[in-house]
Design a protein around this ligand. Structure first.
Ligand SMILES: NC(=O)C1=CN([C@@H]2O[C@H](COP(=O)(O)OP(=O)(O)OC[C@H]3O[C@@H](n4cnc5c(N)ncnc54)[C@H](OP(=O)(O)O)[C@@H]3O)[C@@H](O)[C@H]2O)C=CC1
Ligand SMILES: CC(C)(CO)C(=O)C(=O)O
Length: 303
């Protein structure tokens, strides 16, 4: 459980759900501070996949490059079905996680057709800052999560009911995912590279760079089937500039903690797709070069 996992776990615990924390460090409770109010919730810690047991809902909230590392946890919690909410950034959550869920991974079932739950992508708009293991500060706007339309996402949304989360359904999830991606290919690299929180995006020269990054990403998004324009790029920058004072990014937190940076599935994706579609992605490529100089791409094979 990191920043997002703890924030979502706190919300589910407050709705009365039993929460199991799958992780490498023992955890008996979590604390979530939203605004001034801190709430503490008990959790059961599972030290290894064999301790998890079947779950009605599994939330995967690792960094993109750690997805494959979570495979045994996912196989264990979905061995009898149950849905998976993929609370990760990027644009291909379902493709990334689908193969890891609910299939017989022992090799004894050649059809690979174990029980299957649904894999539902979630675009996370909660700004979550982990200040200690199991301790998180959230800064929220009027939307916490965006999930697709359809029956499977409706079932997951129902499970989340009562958790105090503002969940939106999007009938055009490709566009919604790329809109969220715009926040991450601009704010995350720029904050991580400058070592400053999102307020850095208010500086005129930085805002100009962010707009170049965003307009390139909009062209890539549209080549991938999204429906965005330069006004959306402007809106995303305005949204980022209006985030609560002190808001950070997941990539800046990783840089500060000396952890690998999650750029391959974000800026790396924009650059690869830009090259494939013949879209100029010069500003994104420059950020990618700088990010790779700061931290070698972790798990580039685990996109
Ligand atoms: N933080 C934020 O505000 C936002 C983040 N996001 C996205 O959400 C996703 C999660 O981000 P965030 O919560 O910030 O990330 P964190 O780094 O805070 O949390 C990731 C967690 O995954 C755990 N983990 C990684 N590999 C394994 C494994 N093999 N087994 C068990 N646990 C594992 C880590 O454990 P350990 O602590 O032991 O390393 C860590 O606790 C990312 O895709 C991010 O881009 C989206 C919106 C906002
Ligand atoms: C929107 C933003 C930039 C902040 O929550 C984010 O998604 C992240 O930190 O990864």
């Amino acid at each position: 459980m990191g920043a997002v996992g703890t924030a979502l776990a706190g919300a589910l615990a407050s709705a009365g759900h039993e929460v199991v924390a799958c992780g490498r460090r023992p955890l008996s409770s979590i604390e979530v501070t939203d605004g001034e109010a801190a709430t503490t919730h008990p959790v059961r810690w599972a030290a290894e996949p064999g301790d998890v047991g079947p779950a009605a809902l599994t939330i995967l909230a690792t960094k993109i490059h750690d997805t494959a590392g979570a495979a045994d946890w996912l196989a264990a919690s979905t061995s009898e079905g149950g849905d998976v909410l993929v609370a990760q950034n990027g644009v291909d959550q379902a493709e990334r996680v689908g193969p890891l869920v609910g299939t017989d991974r022992s090799g004894t079932d050649p059809s690979g057709a174990g029980p299957r739950g649904a894999v539902v992508p979630a675009l996370v708009y909660i700004n979550a800052e982990r200040t200690a293991p199991g301790v998180v500060r959230t800064r929220r706007t009027d939307c916490d999560l965006v999930v697709p339309g359809g029956e499977e996402a409706a079932r997951v949304t129902e499970l989340l009911a009562g958790a105090g989360l503002a969940v939106e359904r999007s009938a055009d999830f490709t566009t919604a995912a790329w809109r969220k991606m715009l926040t991450n290919v601009s704010a995350n690299p720029i904050t991580a590279l400058t070592g400053r929180r999102v307020e850095v995006l208010a500086e005129p020269q930085v805002a100009e760079l962010a707009m170049r990054v965003l307009t390139e990403a909009v062209a890539v998004a549209n080549a991938e089937g999204a429906s965005l324009d330069d006004a959306d790029a402007r809106d995303v920058l305005t949204w980022l500039q209006a985030l609560a004072p002190g808001s950070t990014t997941s990539m800046l937190q990783d840089r500060e903690a000396g952890r690998p940076l999650e750029y391959d599935g974000l800026t790396g994706t924009v650059v690869r797709l830009g090259d494939r579609h013949g879209v100029d992605v010069g500003a994104n490529r420059a950020l990618l070069s700088l990010l790779s100089a700061v931290s070698p791409a972790p798990g580039a094979g685990a996109r």
